[in-house]
Ligand binder design. Structure first.
Ligand code: SF4
Length: 380
């Protein structure tokens, strides 16, 4: 069996960002302890496997105390055979990993840090409830490098309140100046049930809803980032990702097996191909709620292969799909691909189907076309 990726969900944050409604929240140290005990139990009950990537995400896993990190590390090392070259990523809020926490993470084997920066313009970061400033981010990057971690990535969000083309360029310039080998750029998605989302619907100014850029400007900012980062050696390889690819995240898009452990964590195992997930309700998770399991039919697996593969700039190969699913099944997608080509949302060249730049902006609509392909109505 191929080595697994393991995703560990830590659903705690020091404060809630105004646009976020993930299954994450601000909790007491006692809640952290209870959660890590339950998580360690889940790890010990997981199938034994060789693991070549571990991703600690959330939430903000860097909020855990060194003792709890050590408890997690023990459970992971006892249950899994982690390869010597494994990629071990920690999501980290700038300014929130003190020296003791960093030492515990190094002990765990963390060799990649993903900074949830979102904006390197202090006004924008503060407007969404983030605590850090640009100076804090730059200081953290130096600290990580001094500690021997060069594999760093910065997340930015296009469409933050108060963002303009000029301030976005400031963030991009500051990111490029750090020399990090990887960046992620997302277009702001505001959950309707977040504080900012509710303010956008019902009006008000407390969460800066009036300063959220238009969808058109947000799309332009994203496209600026694609060109800018590409010119600086951080080539786009996935809709939101640039630079040296993350081994762990590639597994999701290539449909390689991974285990997700913790609140609201999702897993995918092959032979038979099945997906399962944990509850997103913390009290239920702590009580040991059953996982939801779904065994994929070949048709569902093929749909996934399309919409996950299309996220990558490398696109989807007709031949690779045919080898996995058989030409008859794959050929049923020809009309959809042709329709999307006509709309200039995908290209179909040299045996590979890829999103066009326009298709990237309409990617959700494109992906929806690959679902239930035999029941489709015309798109436009
Ligand atoms: S966006 Fe990330 S850091 Fe902010 S509240 Fe949500 S999970 Fe926590």
């Amino acid at each position: 069996m191929n080595p697994l990726g393991v995703y560990i969900s830590i659903p705690f944050c020091r404060a809630k960002c105004t646009y976020c409604n993930f299954a994450s929240g601000v909790s007491s140290i006692a809640a952290h302890q209870q959660y890590v005990s339950r998580l360690a139990e889940e790890i010990r009950n997981a199938p034994r496997a060789t693991v070549d990537s571990v991703y600690l995400g959330g939430g903000t896993p860097s909020v855990l105390s060194p003792l709890l990190i050590a408890e997690l590390a023990r459970a992971l090392r006892e249950q899994f055979s982690i390869t010597p070259d494994a990629e071990i990523t920690l999501e980290c809020a700038p300014g929130q990993l003190d020296d003791a926490g960093l030492a515990a993470m190094l002990e765990l084997g963390v060799n990649r840090i993903s900074f949830g920066v979102q904006s390197l313009v202090d006004l924008e970061a503060a407007a969404t409830g983030r605590f850090h400033t640009r100076a804090v981010v730059l200081n953290d990057i130096e600290r990580m490098r001094t500690a021997g971690i060069d594999n760093l990535t910065i997340d930015l969000i296009a469409g933050m309140p108060h963002q303009t083309a000029a301030s976005w360029q400031e963030s991009l310039d500051a990111l490029a100046a750090t020399g990090v080998p990887h960046a992620s750029v997302y277009m702001l998605e505001i959950d309707d049930d977040s504080r900012l989302g509710r303010e956008l619907i019902s009006g008000g100014s407390r969460y800066h809803a009036q300063a959220v850029p238009s969808e058109e400007l947000t799309a332009e900012l994203y496209q600026t980032a694609v060109a800018f980062l590409g010119d600086r050696g951080l080539a786009q390889y996935e809709i939101s990702n640039f630079g040296a690819p993350s081994r762990h995240n590639l597994k999701y898009w290539r449909r390689e097996p991974y285990l997700g452990l913790g609140l609201d964590a999702h897993s995918m195992l092959r032979t038979p191909e099945r997906r399962f997930s944990n509850t997103d309700v913390l009290v239920d998770y702590l009580r040991g709620a059953e996982k939801q399991t779904h065994e994929l039919t070949p048709a569902e697996a093929l749909e996934e292969a399309w919409f996950l593969g299309l996220r990558l700039n490398a696109g989807v190969s007709w031949q690779a799909l045919s080898e996995e699913f058989g030409w008859d099944m794959v050929a049923s997608f020809r009309p959809v691909v042709q329709e999307l080509c006509n709309l200039e949302l995908v290209s179909d060249h040299q045996g590979r189907v890829r999103l066009t730049p326009r298709g990237v902006l309409f990617s959700n609509e494109v992906f929806a076309r690959f679902l239930g392909v035999n029941e489709l109505q015309p798109l436009l």
